[in-house]
Design a protein around this ligand. Structure first.
Ligand code: ASP
Length: 339
C-alpha cells in the first residue's frame, strides 16, 4: 500500500514564480510544477494531496491566526494520512514550527515543515530535495513530532532558528542535536526523537488573541522604552537579554519598570540573545536583579518558541502562577530546565 501524505501549502519561495515586482506566490503554480517532476510519481514515493491556502503568503505576512489555521487543517485530516508536510516561507518558518507543537497536543504522526531558498521553477533550486525528502520522512518514519526539514537537517520544530538569509543549510537547532541528518542515507537519531504515549490522541488546542510582545535589550536602552512596551494591555513579553540572561542592573528605573509590570501580572520571560546556551539568572548580579524584578527564566528556549509558547499558554486560561510554571516546564521538547 502506498503511504499517503497531506501537503498544506501556505506559500513561501518554494512555489513562487517570477513577476515584474519580483518573486511572488501564484495559485496553481506549485501543483503544476510538482506534476512535472517524474520522481514524485515513482512508486517509492507516497501519494500526496496538496491543499493550497488562499491567499498564498510570503511568510513575512504570517500571524498566529495562520498558525491556528494550519493546526486545524492537520487536525481535520489527521486520520486519513500517514504524515503531513507544511510548505512555508523560510522567513517565519521557525515561528510556525515552534507554535504548531503546542497546538497539536498528543501528536502521533510526523509533521514536516519545509520550503526553499530558490523556487521550484528555477533550474538551480533547493526546493526539489527539500520537498522529496520531507515527503519521504512524513510517509515512512514514525516521528511523532513537528519537525523542520531543510538542507539535509531534520530539526525539532520548536528548537529551530533561521541562521542564513541565503545559504541552503539555512536552519539549525543550536541547543539540541538534529532529529536526523540526510546524506546518502536518511539517518534518524532515535534517541533524540520523542516517544508517543500509548493510546495518545490528537487534540488541536486553539489560540486566543493575547497581547504578547518581544524586546531585545541593547546597551543604552531607555527605561522609558521598556515602560512603554510593558504598558497595559500587554500580558506577556519575551525579553531577549545578554549572555546567561543578564540586563543593566545598575539602572534602577529599568528594574522598576520590569517590577511594576510583573506586579500587574505581566509575564516576562528571559531568553538569551546568544545563538547557543541557556539562561541562568543565578549566575550574575545582573541576572539576579532581573529575577528579583519578577522576570522568569526561558532557559534554553529560542525567542521564537518562547513567543509562541506565551501565545499558547495565555490561550489556556491559566492563572498567573500556573502560567509561569508551565512556561518554565518542558512541554514539547522545547527546553532543557536546568534549575
Ligand atoms: N520571503 C520568503 C518567505 O518567507 C522567503 C522564503 O520563502 O525563503 O515567504
Amino acid at each position: 500500500m502506498r503511504k499517503r501524505v497531506y501537503i498544506a501549502y501556505t506559500g513561501g519561495t518554494i512555489g513562487m514564480t517570477r513577476t515584474r515586482a519580483g518573486y511572488a506566490p501564484a495559485s496553481g503554480n506549485l501543483q503544476a510544477q510538482m506534476n512535472a517532476i517524474p520522481e514524485l510519481k515513482h512508486r517509492s514515493m507516497p501519494l500526496y494531496r496538496i491543499h493550497e491556502y488562499a491567499p498564498l503568503l510570503d511568510s513575512s505576512n504570517m500571524t498566529p491566526r495562520e498558525w491556528l489555521e494550519i493546526a486545524r487543517d492537520i487536525g481535520d485530516h489527521y486520520d486519513d494520512y500517514d504524515g503531513f508536510v507544511v510548505l512555508h516561507g523560510t522567513d517565519t518558518m521557525a515561528y510556525t514550527s515552534s507554535a504548531l507543537p503546542f497546538m497539536l497536543r498528543g501528536l502521533g504522526k510526523p509533521v514536516i515543515v519545509t520550503g526553499s531558498q530558490i523556487p521550484l521553477c528555477e533550474v538551480r533550486s533547493d526546493a526539489r530535495e527539500n520537498l522529496i525528502t520531507s515527503l519521504l520522512i512524513a510517509a515512512n518514519y514514525d516521528i511523532p513530532e513537528v519537525c523542520l526539514y531543510f538542507g539535509g537537517r531534520l530539526l525539532r520544530g520548536c528548537r529551530a532558528v533561521k541562521l542564513s538569509a541565503d545559504g541552503f543549510a539555512a536552519f539549525a537547532s543550536p541547543n539540541v542535536q538534529p532529529l536526523g541528518t540526510v546524506g546518502i542515507d536518511i539517518q534518524i537519531n532515535w534517541n533524540v526523537v520523542r516517544k508517543v504515549r500509548p493510546k495518545q490522541k490528537l487534540h488541536v488546542d486553539d489560540l486566543a488573541s493575547p497581547i504578547i510582545s518581544a524586546l531585545r535589550l541593547f546597551p543604552g536602552i531607555s527605561p522609558e522604552i521598556v515602560r512603554n512596551v510593558l504598558r497595559p494591555p500587554l500580558q506577556g513579553l519575551v525579553l531577549e537579554a545578554y549572555g546567561v540572561g543578564n540586563g543593566p542592573d545598575h539602572d534602577a528605573a529599568f528594574l522598576r519598570a520590569l517590577a511594576e509590570a510583573t506586579d500587574r501580572g505581566v509575564v516576562i520571560v528571559d531568553c538569551t540573545q546568544c545563538f547557543e546556551g541557556t539562561v541562568n539568572l543565578n549566575e550574575y548580579a545582573a541576572g539576579t536583579a532581573l529575577a528579583r524584578a519578577g522576570v522568569i527564566s526561558g532557559f534554553d528556549m529560542t525567542a521564537e518558541t518562547a513567543l509562541a509558547k506565551l501565545y499558547y499558554l495565555f490561550s489556556r486560561g491559566y492563572g498567573n502562577e500556573k502560567l509561569k510554571r508551565e512556561m518554565q516546564r518542558d512541554l514539547r521538547g522545547e527546553l532543557t530546565a536546568t534549575g
